[in-house]
Write a protein that binds this ligand. Sequence first.
Ligand code: UDP
Length: 265
Amino acid sequence: MLYRDVLGYRVRAVDILGVRVDDVTLDEAVAICRSCIRSGEPHRVVTPNAEFVMAARRRPDFRALLNSSTLAIPDGAGLLLAGWLLGTPLREQVAGTDLADALAGLCAREGYRLFLLGAAPGVADDAARRLAIRYPGLAVAGTYPGSPDPRSDPETRDRIRAAGRVDVLLVAYGAERQEGWIARNQAALGIPLAIGVGGALDFLSGRVPRAPRLVRRAGLDWLFRLIIQPWRWRRQLALPQFVVAVAREAARRRLMERAQRGCAG
Ligand code: UDP
C-alpha cells in the first residue's frame, strides 16, 4: 500500500492500470485544495475516470500528466469497482462536478477568486451566475470559453491576466485537452490551483441535467449520461474495455500471489 504526503495530508494512493488514484473523500479533497491555494505554488488536481485510464494506457504523455498531479480524485464509479476487484478499495467516489461546486463554496467563505475557462459560449457565465446565487459573496474573477488549441494560449492567458488575481482555475476542455492546457499555461499565470473539470460547467450551468443522487450513488451516472447524450456511446465503449482490462489485471495479480506463496512454501 502506497501512502504519499500531500501538503501535510497522508493520502493512500491506489494504482488502477498504471494510473494513480488517491483515496480521498470530498471533504478531504477540499481540505487539500485549500492547502494548495494557501501554498501559493502551482498545483494541479486531476479527475480520472475509466475513460481517462484507457486513454492513459494508449498515451504515456497523458499518463505522466495524471501521475504527476498533486491530487487525483476518484471521479468515476468504474474506478471504485476497479479498486475493489484489485483488492485496493477506494472509500468514496468524488465527482469533479461536486469538487468544483464545493470549491466555489470554499472560495466564497475564504475570499478566493475563481475563474471558469472553457465549455461552449455562455455556459461558464451561466455556471458562474448559479454558483454566485448558491454561495453569496463568491468572487468569480472571470469566465472565458477560449479554445484548447495551443495557438489560442497567448490570447487566453491575456484574458485571464486581465481578470486580476485568480486563486482557482477550473478548465473544461474535456479529458487530455484540459490537462494539456493546464500543463502549458498554469506556471506562466502563477495560479496556485488548476483543475480539469470535464463536463462540470455544463452541469453547474444547469444546461445539462445531472443524474439524480440515487442513480449517482448506484454508480450509474454513465448510463444516465448515455441516455441524455446518446452521441457519447462511442466514447463510452471505453467502459466495458476498462472492466475487461481490470478483471485481467486482477487475475494476473492473484496468479502472481499464488506463485509467490508456492515459492515461499
Ligand atoms: N469543450 C470545449 N472546447 C473543446 C472541447 C470541449 O470547451 O474544444 C468543453 C465542452 O463544451 C464541455 C467540456 O469541454 O463543456 C467537457 O467536454 P466532454 O463532455 O467531452 O468532456 P469529458 O468530461 O467527458 O472528457
